[in-house]
Design a binder for this molecule. Structure first.
Ligand SMILES: Nc1ncnc2c1ncn2[C@@H]1O[C@H](COP(=O)(O)OP(=O)(O)OP(=O)(O)O)[C@@H](O)[C@H]1O
Length: 284
């Protein structure tokens, strides 16, 4: 992946773009999210972690407007999320879902073009085409442009989805400068090199004033990339703040049922913590 599509920084205003207060959501007879409150600030990468079934994707869907909360409020730039028209929302917030299903036999190029369709109406046709090429290149999939999306590997498909997201971000910026990027497990199918490249790009996007929310399972990467870490368990946000102040042995033991000795610092220059790990009884 290259960073050609990441454009020049503009001075980000620090006022939160998304403000969720007391958000709850129930389905199937139980609460999947309970009284969650969080803000997404421009220029910041917020990383949401938690065990399987904690409610991370559900919270993300609530914040994007895909689901409607049963209680609480979600404001986007001071405006109720539910009252924002779809065309403007598509420019303001861009979503890479955990699972992207495509029913039509689209080519890779056509999938990326979905990002500029509608959102990029203000751009010339020439600029739209150039943008698609730039974003495919930035996501490292330009050489796959003519391939059928369904014939790609899982990791290749994920990178094409990221190219689509980049297209929508850039096209949407012509309408709305204060944007939010939601990435739900965007590196789940990627090898290490592409994981780091994608997260580097997400951080660069934040660096130009976008509020970025990423759902991750890899705690090492979460700590490395987060400005703000949010920990969910059983539908609740149980901790949030600066990564170093938020994660500790007791919390990891309680939430993830593992004993990671964070007190053992990595050797200088090591990008990962690589702690000793002892599995605990999941029922503990
Ligand atoms: N529509 C639904 N009806 C009933 N239960 C649901 C529905 N959607 C999700 N759930 C349940 O809500 C819980 C939270 O799901 P969610 O996908 O938000 O978890 P998650 O933290 O993203 O998990 P993972 O890390 O496995 O992706 C899970 O137990 C899931 O089975």
């Amino acid at each position: 992946m290259s960073e050609t599509v990441i454009s020049e920084a503009s001075a980000p205003a620090s006022r939160a773009i998304v403000a969720g207060q007391g958000i709850s959501f129930a389905a199937g007879g139980r609460h999947l999210v309970r009284e969650a409150s969080l803000t997404l600030a421009p220029g910041k990468t917020t990383i949401l972690i938690g065990p399987n079934g904690a409610g991370k994707s559900t919270l993300l869907k609530l914040l994007t407007g895909e689901l409607k909360p049963s209680a609480g409020s979600i404001l986007v730039d001071g405006e109720a999320l539910a009252s924002i028209p779809g065309w403007r929302l598509a420019c303001q917030r861009v979503v890479m879902a955990q699972h992207a299903r495509l029913v039509f036999p689209f080519s890779v190029y056509e999938v990326a073009r979905l990002g500029v369709d509608g959102v990029g109406r203000a751009l010339s046709r020439q600029r739209r085409e150039a943008l698609i090429g730039e974003c495919l290149a930035a996501a490292g999939v330009l050489e796959l442009a003519s391939r059928r999306y369904q014939t790609l590997s899982g990791g290749e498909q994920q990178r094409v989805q990221f190219a689509r997201v980049l297209c929508q971000m850039e096209a949407g910026r012509s309408v709305c400068e204060r944007q939010v990027l939601f990435l739900d497990e965007p590196i789940a199918s990627l090898d290490l090199c592409h994981q780091l490249a994608l997260l580097d790009m997400a951080r660069s996007i934040a660096g130009r004033g976008v509020a970025v929310l990423v759902v991750l399972h890899d705690l090492n990467l979460a700590v490395t990339y987060a400005d703000h870490l949010v920990v969910m368990d059983q539908g609740r946000i149980i901790a949030q703040g600066a990564p170093a102040k938020t994660l500790n042995d007791a919390l990891l033991r309680q939430v993830f049922k593992v004993d990671l000795s964070l007190s053992r610092a990595p050797a200088p220059g090591l990008p990962f913590l690589l702690p000793q790990q002892h599995r605990l009884n999941p029922a503990a």
